[in-house]
Design a protein around this ligand. Structure first.
Ligand code: PHE
Length: 342
């Protein structure tokens, strides 16, 4: 019977094509070609009209069975292909979170900021506040309230950049002492980091722009012992318990008595070398008991209150901390230098 032959031909072709098929769209096309309105199987159904009434039921049964089988085959293939395509997509979209990649270039904290942060941590943990003041400063705060009147020889020690007769680039952070005493009531405990300016040469240990951290404590019964203890704690916190601290008598118009403080040289550890000019010590700060004259000029009664002040050179203590022998490295922004502090 020719319907049988046709059916098995269509069935074989379908199975062969299904076997080679690997995309859902192609499957859809095949389905249309066989089962669609103009499909080969549909054509067979239509052809049934030419059969005799006796042949028709049998033929119809055969065609329907074939149709069901083909539909099942197509559906199975469809499931298989859909599964395969999903797997391929998941594979393609998968992200290996462990794969190493190029990190974007991120900066690092400058060594002076590293040290500054440590210094501020140290003093704030002792109860100090952080204060700030202007870089362009009035002569009044930079000098006069600090007991350095006009034409006083102490002005020569700080080669000043003048903006006009009454305005300077601050030569130290000490004007913040005066500003703080005028604006706050004791007890006062502040540290003030900032940029300062002096008409200096540029060399391995000097720059016309550098940084200081001012400290000021005013209260009843503050003594030189408190000053020494505070600075000793500071030195040990930054450099460890083995660092030695040396106080040398000195002079500043705004402190009395005054001292300069040295720490053991980072390079030779006290033996004496080029860095410390053979002394074994490196000067890092000036300090003293606030001059009673400064207290009264700033509105604090020296009969009731006393206090101490210090001015730390940030470049110096940074160089000491990391064994940096040339201050200019701190300003040049050379990445080979800076990256060492990552
Ligand atoms: N201002 C002084 C200087 O720049 C340092 C200092 C600060 C000294 C506070 C005593 C007290 O040299």
């Amino acid at each position: 019977m020719d319907i049988r032959e046709n059916l098995s031909r269509i069935g074989e072709e379908l199975e062969k094509e299904l076997h080679d098929l690997d995309a859902l769209q192609a499957l859809e096309n095949l389905k249309v070609r066989v089962l669609g309105k103009k499909g080969s199987l549909t054509a067979l159904l239509r052809g049934m009209g030419q059969l005799s009434p006796e042949e028709r039921p049998k033929a119809g049964q055969l065609i329907n069975e074939a149709r069901e089988k083909m539909t099942r085959l197509l559906e199975d293939k469809q499931k298989e292909l859909a599964e395969r395509e999903k797997e391929a997509r998941l594979k393609k979209e998968a992200i290996d979170v462990t794969e190493p990649r190029d990190l974007p270039l991120i900066g690092c904290v400058h060594p002076m900021n590293l040290v500054l942060n440590q210094v501020l941590d140290c003093f704030t943990s002792m109860g100090f506040d952080v204060a700030e003041g202007p870089e362009v400063e009035l002569d009044h705060y930079n000098f006069e309230l600090l007991n350095i009147p006009k034409n006083h020889p102490a002005r020569d020690a700080q080669d000043t950049f003048y903006i006009d007769d009454n305005t300077v680039l601050r030569t130290h952070t000490s004007p913040v002492q005066a500003r703080t005493m005028l604006s706050r009531k004791p007890p006062i405990r502040i540290v003030c980091p900032g940029r300062v300016f002096r008409a200096d040469e540029v060399d391995a240990t000097h720059s016309p722009v550098f940084h200081q951290i001012e400290g000021l404590v005013i209260d009843k019964d503050v003594t030189m012992g408190d000053l020494k203890g505070t600075l000793d704690a500071f030195a040990k916190r930054l450099y460890g318990p083995d660092i030695e601290v040396r106080f040398r008598p000195s002079f500043f118009p705004f402190t009395e008595p005054s001292a300069e403080v040295d720490l053991t040289c980072f390079n030779c550890h006290g033996k004496g070398c080029r860095v410390c000019k053979g002394t074994g010590w490196i000067e890092v700060l000036g300090c003293g008991m606030v001059n009673p004259k400064v207290l009264s000029m700033c509105g604090i009664d020296p009969d009731v209150y006393s206090g101490f002040a210090f001015g730390i050179g940030l470049e110096r203590i940074t160089m000491l901390r990391y064994g940096i022998q040339d201050m200019r490295l701190l300003y040049e922004g050379d990445l080979r230098f800076l990256r060492q502090f990552r």
